[in-house]
Write a protein that binds this ligand. Structure first.
Ligand SMILES: Cc1cc2nc3c(=O)[nH]c(=O)nc-3n(C[C@H](O)[C@H](O)[C@H](O)COP(=O)(O)OP(=O)(O)OC[C@H]3O[C@@H](n4cnc5c(N)ncnc54)[C@H](O)[C@@H]3O)c2cc1C
Length: 317
């Protein structure tokens, strides 16, 4: 695949978008990173593989108020592709940048490819039951990309040029009245190698302990379907997988009591192996699974946990 000359990458914090820098490297010879405020994150960007860092200046501004300076920088430097790490605020920034540049944004990108001069962005529509391809033939292409689309690469002892952008004051600056921490869990499912997913097959919240024992025995991260996080609220929102949740690329995904609806399964298409436990032999999950066990989870899980522990003990002997 031919590469494009230069890709720009940005997000709220470099620590969150190292994977996009690594992904940019697969598409371009050189990757430029855009950071905000004082450039303190430049070193982090170089360690993640950036070749150049643009610093959009400003003091005590909210992210949205960097947009006029960012707009000005884009108009001056004219990059072909800008990858933005998806977050609520980055969606807003992307929309405003695109409107100013007279272009659109490819949102929730699941794959990016190059076809000659054209950039093709793939993303899901109709709740994950179809894929749409969007093509950018020229000018600025903006793409919002979430976690799990590109694999991060190990840190490098990199360095490069730091370029200060001009400051353009926002016409109406937002006023910060108060900051409150968001209640949630810091979990990076996109980076997990082993994942146990829980679905509505689990009858009671206290039974989560059984699944946690299995995940503990395997050294796996816990995840769930959307109804478990946004219906009965037994697990944090950050832990649900699927079209509107996290996208995973683990070595294996063990789905327990999960029916296998497309909106969930699109989140695990990157798993190397899918294993399913479900008491309904006709459950859709078995169409996706490499290994399936038709069983009641309440019978299967305690046996599995014992087997894993026995295996561990035997291996040590
Ligand atoms: C626009 C839209 C977006 C959506 N986005 C997402 C998303 O991002 N992620 C997501 O997960 N969902 C999403 N959904 C919901 C999705 O369509 C499914 O409803 C959901 O994934 C089903 O969750 P589940 O498999 O836990 O539950 P169910 O579909 O109810 O399945 C439970 C399964 O457990 C099995 N079971 C029951 N008891 C046992 C037992 N004792 N032992 C073993 N197996 C048992 C049953 O046979 C069944 O197959 C979305 C829906 C819409 C409309």
């Amino acid at each position: 695949m031919a590469k494009i000359r230069n890709i720009w990458v940005t997000g709220e914090r470099v620590a969150d978008f190292g994977d996009l820098i690594a992904g940019g490297k697969t598409l371009a010879d050189s990757v430029s990173v855009v950071v905000f405020a004082d450039g303190a994150q430049a070193a982090e960007a170089f360690a993640a593989g950036a070749d150049r860092v643009y610093v959009v200046p400003g003091q005590d501004l909210l992210l949205e108020d960097y947009v006029p300076s960012f707009q000005n920088l884009l108009a001056r430097e004219k990059p072909r592709l800008l990858l933005l790490k998806t977050s609520k605020r980055m969606r807003l920034v992307a929309g405003r940048l695109a409107a100013a540049a007279g272009t659109g944004v490819i949102t929730d990108v699941t794959a990016l490819t190059l076809e000659g001069e054209a950039i093709i962005g793939e993303h899901m529509v109709y709740g994950g039951s179809a894929q749409r391809l969007e093509k950018s033939d020229g000018g600025l292409c903006l793409a919002l990309v979430g976690g799990g689309v590109f694999a991060p690469s190990p840190p490098v002892a990199g360095s490069g040029e730091v370029v200060q952008a001009d400051f353009v004051a926002p016409a109406r600056q937002a006023k910060l009245l108060e900051r409150k921490p968001i209640a949630g869990e810091a979990v990076n499912l996109a980076a997990a190698k082993k994942v146990v997913g829980i679905g509505r097959g689990l009858a009671r919240q206290e039974d989560l302990a059984l699944a946690e024992r299995l995940a503990g025995a395997l050294g796996a991260e816990m995840a769930c379907t959307r109804p478990i996080a946004e219906g009965v609220n037994w697990m944090a929102r950050e832990r649900y997988i699927g079209v509107s949740g996290a996208m995973l690329k683990p070595d294996y995904y063990l789905a327990v009591g999960i029916s296998g609806q497309v909106q969930h399964m699109v989140g695990v298409t990157g798993a190397k192996t899918i294993i399913a436990i479900n008491n309904d032999k006709n459950a859709a999950i078995f169409k996706y699974a490499d290994y399936g066990l038709v069983a009641d989870l309440y019978t299967a899980l305690p046996k599995l946990i014992d087997l894993i522990r026995e295996e561990r003990v035997n291996r040590k002997e």
